[in-house]
Write a protein that binds this ligand. Sequence first.
Ligand code: PLP
Length: 446
Amino acid sequence: MNASLNRRRFIGQAATAGAGLAFGAAAAAAAEKTPGTAPITQRAATAAGRATSAWPISEQRDEDALISVLRSGKWGRTGAGGLRVKEFETIFAERMRARFCVATSSGTTALLSALGALNIGPGDEVILPPYTFVATFNAITNNFALPVFADVEADSFQVDPQKIAAAITSATRLLLPVHIGGTPCDIEAIATIGRTRQITLLEDACQSLTAEWRGQPIGTHGIGGCFSFQASKNLTAGEGGAVLTNDEAFAHQVYNFHTPGGGKPGASWGRSANYRLTEFQAALLLTQYSRFEAQQTQRTENATYLATLLHKIGGIAPARIPSGCNRSGWHLFMMRYDAREFAGLPRAKFIQALAKDRVAASSGYTSLNLSNHVKALAANPHYQRIYGVDTMARWVARNHCPVNDRVIEEAVWLGQTTLLESRHEMERIAEVIVGVKKRAGDLAKA
Ligand SMILES: Cc1ncc(COP(=O)(O)O)c(C=O)c1O
């Protein structure tokens, strides 16, 4: 099973959060070898009789918007095309206080457009965290650049700025931090590193819509930010993406990269693709957006409340929100589980016990840097030719991220749709965890 299959299974069966949440032993075994996300235990929760929040939400106005595009005959943005993509770009840029937005067909193609615009290519090193969805890595290897992992902080799950600084070499062309779960990493420290070392900073903001660092929206702290509107995301059209930037020249290059024959002023690198968003996707994003702010408020209130409840339970540590974060995008509610405080109850059994009590959770990402997908790069003939066999062998050793190894073992996620439930449901989740803790000794033996 590959990562995207994992994700689609999760979305199809869970209708819950994000970057993927788990289903049992077979999935877990497969996941050891493939980078991805353990799907959420939703099936068990549903079997136990509770209807979880439906996702995505659609009403008559979504249907009307799609039919209207259909009947207009203007299904794309080019030529005598429609204006919905442009309208979404304007609204999204204004909301995120960015000067420019280029909408793309996915978060992956937002990343590819940004890396293409920067002309990242063979010989370039790009620094990313290991605690991310595999798409961040793929965007780098699609350009035959070398991904270099910078380890994370155990308490926040976010990339550690000091590890980024330590990973820089004379070949480093780009810093590509990820705001995982929707909460910002320390983007201020990372931007300072970028400025001091004169290395471009691009934010993978695919999970962090409307998050802010000291009042400044995520995605605007470096050259640009890439967003995803894929099916699990807090704002979705099934697929979709966007690049935000305040830099006009970069905006033009992203635009020209994402559509053949672009047409905006500026020099070309001789490379481009077709990564355009369709008018159907834009129409859906516009109607979905009309509900988005209220949903984000509810997610924020619930996540904040849930964190205060869970902090009281020994052995459960909600992810630390870095002090500069004044607003999280709350795509995931991430926490660490300490089995020692739960009578040695293994995490998988803890998650199963939650599912029996109708709390859908996941063990989160499997190890990206230790996955076969990532290791395969060392044997890739193109990479061996570009970087040399010895460098690629050393690269495997360079990927060692001990803190991430621990986080992978301890993580437990709740998804964004759980955060759309009632305040009472947050209390019930905390009570269920307390109940599992009380029974942990027996559950561990079962
Ligand atoms: C951190 C991160 N980066 C990149 C992506 C890629 O986005 P998409 O699935 O829209 O291609 C995702 C989303 O799935 C993501 O979570």
